[in-house]
Design a protein around this ligand. Sequence first.
Ligand code: F3S
Length: 277
Amino acid sequence: MKIQLAESYGFCFGVKRAIKIAEENRNSSTYGPLIHNANEIDRLKNDFNVALSENLDTFKAGEIAVIRTHGIPKQELSLLQERKVNVVDATCPYVTKPQQICEEMSAQGYDIIIFGDESHPEIKGVKSYAVGNVFVINSPVEVDDLHTREKVAVVAQTTRKIEEYQEIVSRLMASHKEVRVFNTICNATFDNQDAVRKLAQQADVMIVIGGKNSSNTKQLHSISQEFCPDSYHIESQEDLQADWFKGKNFCGISAGASTPDWIIDDVIAKINALTNS
Ligand code: F3S
């Protein structure tokens, strides 16, 4: 079995940065999961005593709260600051950007449209920065049901597909006088997506590694499936099944932006063991 990694995969700049910040703040707690990867969160707990708290009220004055890569709603940030919690911000700068755009453009009188998943923490955070009307849509067809004013500003969740975003923008152009477009899709997502697209065209089985909740891993898996129907989304080597590799010669591997290298190495070792036995 030939095993090949995509040209670009795994940890992005924002996640590497957040992990470094957490490691530098031993004995602290993150407010919400720092990244979408349970294994890495366990490692931070075991090796650096960085705990995880989902409850804002657990943070007391003087304690450190590390803010996760996806950011948090503005109101929660203000509450932590009011309570004199020591806030250490590990929000990815590519997430801070759409938060700022939302705040500035809505202050200038634009209705804000966010292309993303309303239940995702990143979008909850970005949305909270709007000071006026804000609408979240999850697909281009939803543009037709929007009731906005004539001036709109539009941002996208960092992990979204550019093609869908372009379609949203062209639909908005057809129905609005002024459309301010901000390309807030993250380059790390592009790089990993381009690489998985290329590799899935050559491989006869694809393994995409990442948390089940990780939306960028789900995107990679969906792109992979377009080109290689035998594409599997797994969290770790434990999810691998020997059947997947029967009669296959070329296994491609990609991993989401929150997947550490040691999990990828374990997966490769297990595939080797399954296919050589
Ligand atoms: Fe940031 Fe992009 Fe990673 S938004 S957390 S660098 S995938």
